[in-house]
Design a protein around this ligand. Structure first.
Ligand code: HEM
Ligand code: HEM
Length: 307
C-alpha cells in the first residue's frame, strides 16, 4: 500500500466534490451563459470576476485545477501502482474529466440545451464516483480486508447494493433533467417532479432496506456498517433537502433574482445527492471485496435448485 498515493487520491476526490458544488452554484444562479465564449471567457483567459462571471469563470478555474490534479493522479498511479485494473481506472479518470470539460464547453457553445446540461451534470457524478473509487482501492482498509461470512438467509448483499446503486443513479439522471428543464424564473415541469418523487420512494425503499440488512447481518463489522450508516443518514438529509428544494423552487419565479435560500438549498440537494451516491458506491465495493459472490448455503440461493 502506498500512503502518498492514497492521500493524493483522497485529495482529488475532495476537490471533485468541491467542483460539483461550484458547478451547482453556476446552475442555481442561472450563470451558465455569463459568457457564451469558450474556451476563453469574453475573449480573455482571466476576465474580471464580476456578476455571474464570478460563478461561471470560477467554476471553469476549479474544473481546470481538478483536471490538472487528475493528470498528476494518473501519472502517480502509473508509476506506483501494480494492479493493472487500478492503472486502467486511473487512465479512465483522465478520459472522463476531459469528456466532462468538453461537455461543459459544448453546453456553453450550444446555449445550455437540456440534454447537454443534464449529461454534464450526470457525468460529473460518474467522475466523482471514479475518483472516490480510486481513493478506496488504494486505501489500507481495502488492501488488508479479509473475507466475511455472509448470513445464510436472504439475497446476497452484493446484489442488494448493486440494485440500490442503479436506482440512485437513475434518480440522479431524473434530478438533473428536472433541474435543467426550468431556470429559477420558471416553474419546474410537474411530470418530471412526479417521476423524481417516485424515484425518491424507490431509492428510500431499496437503499433503506439494503442499509438495514447490512446493519442486521453484519453487526460489529465496521468495514460494512460504517458506509451503511453514512448512506442511511445522508438519505434522510437528502429527502428533507428535496422537499425544501421543491418548496423554494415553487416560490422562486416570483423572486426578483435567484435568492440565497433557493440557491443554498438546491445546491445542497445536488451535493448531498452526490454524497448519497458515493457512500452507496463505497458500501457496494466493500461488499464485493469481503462477501462471497453467491451464498451456496443460503435458503435464498438454494430455492431455484429445489424447484
Ligand atoms: C472538468 C470537470 C467539470 C465538472 C466535474 C463539472 C461539474 C459540473 C456540475 C456538477 C455542474 C452543476 C450541474 C447541476 O447543478 O445540475 C456544472 C454546471 C456547469 N458547468 Fe461544469 N464541470 C466541469 C467542467 C466544466 C467546464 C470546463 C465548463 C466550461 C465552460 C463547464 C461549464 C458548466 C456550465 C455552463 C454549467 C451550468 C449549466 C447549466 O446551468 O445548464 N463545466 N458543472
Ligand atoms: C432519494 C432521494 C433523492 C435524491 C438522491 C435526489 C437527487 C437529486 C439530484 C442529484 C438533483 C440535481 C441533479 C443535478 O442537477 O445534478 C435533484 C434535483 C431536484 N430534486 Fe431531488 N433527490 C431526491 C429526493 C427528492 C425529493 C423527495 C424531492 C421533493 C419533491 C426532490 C426534489 C427535487 C427538485 C425540486 C430538484 C430540482 C432542484 C432545482 O431545480 O434546482 N428530490 N435531486
Amino acid at each position: 500500500m502506498n500512503r502518498g498515493l492514497n492521500r493524493f487520491a483522497i485529495l482529488v476526490a475532495c476537490a471533485t466534490f468541491f467542483l460539483i458544488i461550484a458547478g451547482a452554484l453556476v446552475t442555481s444562479h442561472d450563470a451558465g451563459l455569463a459568457t457564451s465564449d469558450w474556451p476563453l471567457s469574453n475573449g480573455q483567459v482571466f476576465p474580471k470576476m464580476v456578476g455571474n462571471l464570478f460563478w461561471e469563470h470560477g467554476h471553469r478555474m476549479v474544473a481546470t485545477t481538478v483536471g490538472m490534479l487528475t493528470i498528476v493522479l494518473m501519472i502517480y498511479i502509473l508509476v506506483k501502482e501494480k494492479r493493472s485494473w487500478v492503472r486502467k481506472l486511473g487512465i479512465f479518470a483522465l478520459l472522463a474529466v476531459i469528456a466532462q470539460g468538453l461537455l461543459g464547453g459544448l453546453t456553453v457553445k450550444l446555449m445550455l440545451p437540456l440534454w447537454v446540461s443534464s449529461a454534464h451534470a450526470t457525468l460529473a457524478q460518474l467522475f466523482f464516483c471514479t475518483t472516490v473509487s480510486l481513493a478506496i482501492f488504494t486505501s489500507r482498509s481495502w488492501i488488508e480486508a479479509r473475507p466475511i461470512e455472509e448470513e445464510k438467509e436472504g439475497p446476497p448483499l452484493r446484489y442488494l447494493c448493486t440494485a440500490a446503486l442503479v436506482t440512485i443513479f437513475l434518480q440522479l439522471i431524473l434530478g438533473a433533467t428536472l433541474r435543467h428543464s426550468a431556470t429559477w424564473d420558471q416553474k419546474p415541469p410537474i411530470e418530471l417532479i412526479l417521476a423524481h418523487i417516485g424515484g425518491a420512494f424507490a431509492v428510500t425503499l431499496i437503499l433503506g432496506g439494503t442499509g438495514l440488512t447490512v446493519l442486521r447481518r453484519h453487526k460489529g463489522e465496521k468495514f460494512l456498517t460504517r458506509p451503511a450508516m453514512i448512506a442511511l443518514s445522508l438519505l434522510v438529509v437528502q429527502l428533507f433537502l428535496g422537499v425544501a428544494a421543491y418548496m423554494t423552487r415553487l416560490a422562486s419565479p416570483k423572486d426578483p433574482q435567484p435568492l440565497n435560500p433557493m440557491v443554498g438549498i438546491t445546491v445542497a440537494h445536488v451535493a448531498c445527492g452526490a454524497l448519497v451516491f458515493v457512500s452507496t458506491i463505497v458500501l457496494t465495493l466493500r461488499t464485493y471485496r469481503v462477501l462471497p459472490a453467491t451464498n451456496e448455503h443460503s435458503t435464498w440461493a438454494a430455492r431455484p435448485q429445489e424447484s
